[in-house]
Ligand binder design. Structure first.
Ligand code: ACO
Length: 338
């Protein structure tokens, strides 16, 4: 029996101001002789528009979006920056390699009593970080954690690849996680996390890290941008999202029909619908924001959560299942009672 339980007491989200519609992408790609259409993007992905940070705008750096989301979450929780013991920051598009984006956030927020760390599990990162916060809180080592999922994916979009450039957007979501009595029903119940590095090639950025530092040729050939086998990722995503959700529900003897809300990673509406169907979860219980924001990687789940909490959809005592997959490949599902 753990000493404590961890409970989410505040949520927040932030987006860059700039809206990029499908038509904007059609025109951008047309300038390089690449064809696409609003209809194709909507029908194949469910996305109508996404937000993108304006390069050079300090208010829209990854840590600045994280800051705005964190302030909103802290306000909801009634906490001050000094109350935070741990900042767990999920991102694959950090402000800088060093210092970590979590340290940039700590500096901007004034969370002077925290230790701060970044975690890169791509789109599963928020669930990995939330699970880490849960564990540190359960053992009593952390009282209050700030967990963030934030991305500026516009910085790694491969504009020469029409099948991937249409998918991504920028955003930040944050939650405050606090220590609660071990027997409280309002808590993170458990997570199922895994990765399979054998599948690295399906979704990766070939160069720009320490293996192959960026050169003029690498930049010219878009090798410092996302490379993806969309069709293969799609199939694996449907299979693993379904299986991780099932495993997590089974652990707690909860039938899918007992779930109040399902928050899957927002990668493609067709993936979401296929998983919901396999789990027999009606779409009315599935929370989505992909139409307006696209795939924002580690930010999808916390931004969807924040929207649902602020809209009064998620109510005290309800059971919520979160489910993600991402580059790595990484996988995870997390069950909680609000
Ligand atoms: N506009 C028009 N046509 C296009 C476009 C486009 N933007 N992109 C691809 N096509 C074409 C293809 O060239 C292909 O043409 P062909 O049949 O003549 O060869 C046709 O459309 C079908 O291509 P598919 O790749 O089979 O299309 P699909 O229905 O699979 O949709 C998509 C592609 C949207 C990429 C889908 O596979 C998908 O969403 N995959 C999962 C992606 C994903 O979840 N990634 C995770 C990222 S998370 C992270 O960690 C950052």
């Amino acid at each position: 029996m753990a000493t404590y339980a961890a409970t989410i007491t505040g949520t927040g989200s932030a987006f860059p101001a700039g809206i990029v519609t499908n038509q904007d992408i059609v025109e951008k790609l047309a300038a390089s002789g690449i064809e696409t259409s609003d209809q194709w993007i909507r029908e194949r992905s469910g996305i109508r528009e996404r937000r993108m940070a304006a390069p050079g705008n300090a208010e829209e750096h990854n840590s600045s979006l994280g800051l705005a989301a964190s302030r909103a979450a802290l306000e909801m929780a009634g906490k001050k920056p000094e109350d935070i013991d741990l900042i767990a920051y999920a991102t694959c598009t950090p402000d800088t390699v060093i210092p970590s984006t979590s340290c940039w956030l700590q500096h901007k927020l004034g969370a002077v009593n925290a230790w701060a760390m970044d975690l890169n599990a791509a789109c599963s990162g928020f669930l990995y970080c939330l699970s880490i916060a849960d564990q540190f809180i359960q053992t009593g080592q952390v009282k209050t954690a700030l967990v963030i999922g934030a991305e500026v994916l516009s910085s790694i979009i491969n504009w020469s690849d029409r099948s991937s450039c249409i998918l991504f957007g920028d955003a930040a979501g944050a939650v405050v996680v606090e220590r609660a009595e071990a027997d409280t029903p309002h808590r993170i119940l458990s997570a199922t996390l895994r990765s399979d590095g054998n599948l690295w090639e399906l979704l990766h950025i070939p160069c720009g890290g320490s293996r192959y530092p960026a050169t003029a040729d690498i930049i010219r050939d878009h090798l410092n941008k996302i490379h993806m086998n969309g069709r293969e990722v799609f199939k694996i995503a449907v299979r693993t999202l379904t299986s991780f959700a099932k495993q997590t529900l089974k652990k707690h003897k909860i039938a899918p029909e007992e779930l109040d809300w399902f928050i899957p990673h927002q990668a493609n509406i067709r993936i979401i619908e296929a998983v919901a169907e396999r789990l027999s979860i009606p779409m009315e219980k599935v929370l989505v924001n992909i139409e307006r924001f696209g795939n924002t990687s580690s930010a999808t789940i916390p931004t969807v959560l924040d929207e649902a909490v602020r809209a009064g959809k998620i109510q005290k005592g309800q059971t919520v299942l979160m489910d993600a997959f991402g580059s790595g490949l990484t996988f995870g599902a997390l069950l909680l009672r609000w």
